[in-house]
Design a protein around this ligand. Structure first.
Ligand SMILES: *Cc1c(COP(=O)(O)O)cnc(C)c1O
Length: 446
């Protein structure tokens, strides 16, 4: 009933199809499918929806009546309907939201939104799963098999590899630097098998990245194999991250009353924050966002000074946020038409150092019996610093504490039983040699 009412309203509202434009002004205007396949706009900008669709107030008023999958469908449909049928979108959502994202009370009016119950125990699973299925669908329509090349220094690679696992028509070659990633990360990439080939390179991350670039520039190779990247800036990774915020709102609405809802996002490339801001622009009643940063505070400096200056990244405990030049800054600036005062109206930023992060992990365990990972700790401290009265605060728990056991165990007496068994894992070892890499790309693995 509700759904059909909504659909009528939505249909009336959608008088044009969604186009994607570049954050760096040009005349490019592409469909969702083209944006997903291209990855990056042809002038180097990032793709962004031409306009943000609004969902009707009735949808938010009745959000508890919808299943999570139905909420995801309503939120994503306007962005993809040109290129995915309702059935296709529903199937992709069903394969994307395969784990819960609970809001857990932690302290006072603060809740953790736990996004780490997916296969690689970090929030990137949702984006990776959604994107992989979109790519698979679009290449299948062109009757093409595609080979995805990924260079990774750890986490992103495992989420991407996992996202593509068993996806038809897709081969994945994932390159990682030998001895430079944790056993746990290696396990996550090498234990999959099937269409995922993990390649250990004798070199550093930059060598892996260079090999991938060389393959993309090899026109001869590209005549033989369709190559694609699973870049973190792909719009199909960003959009599904909106769902976290919708699902959090659904869970908290019954206790929200007339209180404000403030969400703190531990941020690196600002992708997760951008997704939250888009959800807000669609009408989701989030009052304010906190961009919780570690020592890599480029975005905070921008909010303070109005000028954006990229910096080299510095290493911290919350290493997935060690980003000195956050790629999605462009999208946030674009969303608010480069109006600093508008951005500040919606987002406050705080920078939290490693000592405070560690202290918070200790404090939170002692006082609330809740184990934070370093990214969650940064987010919780950022939320506390914003300190808005008459509000419910949510901080995003983006990684399972287990992934950062070495940091956590400095201050909290937890142990995570099993150590990983790499003995049955499969990987190919390779010198830092392009010809060898090329041979691996051409060899189809089944
Ligand atoms: C990627 C990541 C972040 C940062 O997210 P962005 O979208 O890059 O801002 C935070 N926490 C964890 C655990 C991550 O993997």
């Amino acid at each position: 009933m509700l759904t059909s009412l909504y659909l009528k309203v939505a249909r009336a509202l959608s008088n044009s199809t969604m186009k994607y434009i570049s954050t760096r002004k040009n005349n490019e205007s592409v469909s969702f499918k083209e944006a997903v396949i291209n990855g990056l706009s042809n002038n180097g900008g990032l793709y962004f929806p031409e306009s943000i669709p609004q969902l009707p107030q009735a949808f938010f008023n009745n959000i508890e009546a919808y299943s999570d999958a139905a909420i995801a469908f309503q939120a994503l449909k306007p962005f993809v309907e040109e290129d995915l049928s309702n059935e296709q979108l529903k199937a992709i959502i069903a394969e994307t939201l395969t784990f819960p994202t609970p809001t857990v009370p932690v302290e006072g009016n603060m809740f953790a939104l736990e996004l780490f119950h997916g296969p690689t125990q970090a929030f990137k699973d949702v984006g990776a799963r959604f994107m992989s299925r979109c790519l698979s669908q679009f290449y299948a329509e062109q009757h093409q098999d595609v080979t995805i090349l990924v260079a990774t220094s750890g986490d992103t690679g495992s989420a991407v590899a996992n996202g593509f696992y068993n996806v038809p028509g897709v081969q994945v070659k994932i390159l990682f630097p030998k001895g430079k990633i944790s056993p746990y990360q290696e396990f996550q990439m090498t234990s999959l098998g099937k269409n995922i080939q993990a390649i250990e390179v004798e070199g550093v991350f930059d060598d892996c990245q260079q090999l991938v670039k060389q393959a993309f520039n090899d026109q001869e190779l590209r005549k033989q194999v369709t190559l694609s990247s699973a870049n973190s800036i792909n719009i199909a990774r960003l959009l599904p991250q909106m769902l976290y915020y919708f699902l959090a709102y659904k869970q908290l609405k019954p206790i929200l009353g007339d209180q404000k809802l403030v969400v703190s996002v531990p941020s690196g490339n600002l992708g997760n924050l951008t997704a939250g801001l888009i959800a807000q622009q669609m009408g989701l009643p989030i009052t304010h966002f906190v961009a919780a940063l570690n020592a890599n505070d480029t975005f905070l400096q921008y909010l303070n000074t109005g000028s954006y200056t990229a910096k080299p990244s510095v290493a911290t405990y919350s290493n997935a946020m060690d980003v000195g030049n956050p790629s999605n800054f462009e999208r946030i600036a674009h969303l608010f038409q480069n109006d600093l005062s508008q951005i500040k109206k919606h987002v406050s930023a705080f920078s939290i150092n490693d000592a405070a992060t560690l202290e918070e992990i200790k404090h939170c365990y002692a006082h609330n019996n809740y184990v934070l990972d370093p990214h969650g700790a940064v987010a919780k401290l950022g939320l506390a610093q914003y300190n808005s009265p008459n509000s419910i605060g949510v901080f995003l728990g983006t990684a399972h504490p287990q992934k950062f056991a070495a940091v956590i165990q400095k201050v909290v007496p937890v142990s995570y039983g099993e150590t990983v068994d790499l003995s049955r894992c499969k990987k190919v070892s390779m010198r830092n040699d392009y010809e060898a890499f090329k041979d691996l790309i051409k060899k189809k693995k089944t």
